[in-house]
Design a protein around this ligand. Structure first.
Ligand code: PLP
Length: 438
């Protein structure tokens, strides 16, 4: 019998098939639903705020491909740009005008950067920015924070050591301890720890790399005193401050998260910025950039090597450019932020009504919530959420056609395509589930 006559069994069948040829059946671990249990949904198509799985079930999508789909799926202007680009050629391995246009468009909105380089993934961008920081400072050590994700480069797959004098331990097999010996992992939002770290290692530190709003531990903002101190210490010690805005870039504001910190901290700007996700509009595209003097350290001008066969791909740049043109229209972020905030406020009301501990936050089109009484400030506090409670919420929503991230440490995303009716339907489903969870 063909699978089309057995719609109910199609999805498990597909997962079985996938598991035979792809480790865990997925090409990126979080998709496997290991944290929440159950079978991942295989997505057949998407339009606007919705996705349909291989069984034909419709979902309101709050993942948005983990952030890129800020306009929703299949936006007509983006689709047209991609179709036109495809007819002109898939890849040339030579420079194109569109790469220049995209670089100009990005730089216009993020003035801390004077130059950038386009790459194909956030991992590649983060890894290259760190290499550049080390090359430009001629120093070995880097500081990152527990709960922040900057891609899966070897030197970043590391957790904190037993004290500030010791460097981290690998979190993945295949990463020798020597490879992470220069990576210092500190607690997010802990001012005292960065001060101590610079006191001990200041002259060897090439950079701090940080998510300004940490979306890889759901949604945790870097406090103003913490971000200010990161900036001051980097400046004092001649280290570079790298803001990893792969998730927050063009997602929380047109000027990215750094524009929000610059409003609150006079003169604030990072040395290097890492972008991805939204700037590709759903295509494999990312970037890193900064001041001319630092960026000119990159090959072919300078000694820091970096390259990519598909970097600045003509179809990816067409997709990114069309996306950026839409989101730069007046009022775009105001409307997106209002909608996102109404979702978080509505969830709060629903949880309060059922007596379920809940706290949420949002910025622009990015949101997070915790089944906790207070907003956590670091990874240890985030992980105090009861997994079983989150899983009940996740599966309850999924059954009711609402698709949120299948792990409690992931952020959520609202797109311009989500309607008030979509938000209302989400809140209705949530109200039901919170009542069951009580
Ligand atoms: C997604 C993400 C990355 C990695 O990007 P990929 O394109 O998945 O390699 C890096 N940093 C942050 C903050 C991210 O959210």
């Amino acid at each position: 019998m063909s699978s089309s006559t057995q719609p109910a069994s199609l999805n498990p069948t597909l997962f079985e098939r996938a598991k035979r040829v792809i480790p865990g059946g997925v090409n990126s671990p979080v998709r496997a639903f290991r944290a929440v249990g159950g079978t991942p949904r295989f997505i057949a198509r998407a339009q606007g705020a919705y996705m349909w799985d291989a069984d034909g079930k419709k979902y309101i999508d709050y993942i948005g491909s983990w952030g890129p789909m800020i306009l929703g799926h299949g936006h007509p202007a983006v689709l047209e740009a991609v179709q036109k680009a495809a007819t002109e050629g898939f890849s040339f391995g030579a420079p194109t005008e569109r790469e220049v246009e995209l670089a100009e468009e990005i730089l216009k909105h993020v003035p801390s950067m004077e130059m950038l380089r386009l790459v194909s993934s956030g991992t590649e961008a983060g890894m290259s920015a760190i290499r550049l920081a080390r090359g430009a400072t001629n120093r070995p050590k880097i500081i990152k924070f527990e709960g922040c994700y900057h891609g899966h480069a070897d030197s970043l797959l590391v957790k904190a050591g037993s004290g500030l004098a010791t460097f981290g331990h690998p979190t993945s097999a295949g990463v020798p301890p020597e490879v992470v010996q220069h990576t210092l992992v500190l607690e997010y939002n802990n001012v005292q720890q960065i001060e101590e770290a610079f006191a001990l290692h200041g002259k060897d530190v090439a950079c701090i790399i940080i998510e300004p709003i940490a979306g890889n531990m759901n949604f945790v903002r870097a406090s103003l005193p913490f971000m200010r101190r990161c900036r001051e210490l980097c400046t004092q010690h001649g280290a570079l401050l790298i803001l990893d805005e792969v998730m927050t870039g063009f997602r929380v504001a047109l000027g990215s998260a750094q524009s929000l910190y610059a409003k609150a901290i006079p003169g604030f700007k990072p040395d290097l910025t890492v972008l991805g996700k939204v700037i590709g509009g759903g295509m494999p595209l990312a970037a890193f950039g900064g001041p001319r003097a630092i960026m000119e350290q990159m090959a072919p001008l300078g000694p820091v090597y970096q390259a990519g066969t598909l970097s600045g791909n003509p179809i990816a740049t067409a997709c990114g450019l069309a996306t950026l043109k839409e989101i730069a229209k007046p009022g775009f972020y105001e409307s997106l932020a209002k909608k996102t905030r109404s979702l978080v406020d509505g969830l709060q009301t629903a949880a309060n009504g059922a007596g379920v501990p809940f706290v949420g936050d949002s910025e622009g089109g990015m949101f997070g919530f915790f089944l906790l009484p207070q907003l956590p400030q670091n990874y240890t506090q985030v992980m105090k959420t009861e997994g079983a409670k989150f899983n009940a919420l996740f599966h309850g929503l999924l059954d009711r056609g609402v698709y949120i991230a299948p792990a409690l440490y992931e952020a959520g995303f609202v797109s311009a395509a989500h309607s008030e009716a979509d938000i209302d339907a989400t809140l209705e489903a949530s109200t039901d589930i919170f009542k069951l969870m009580r």
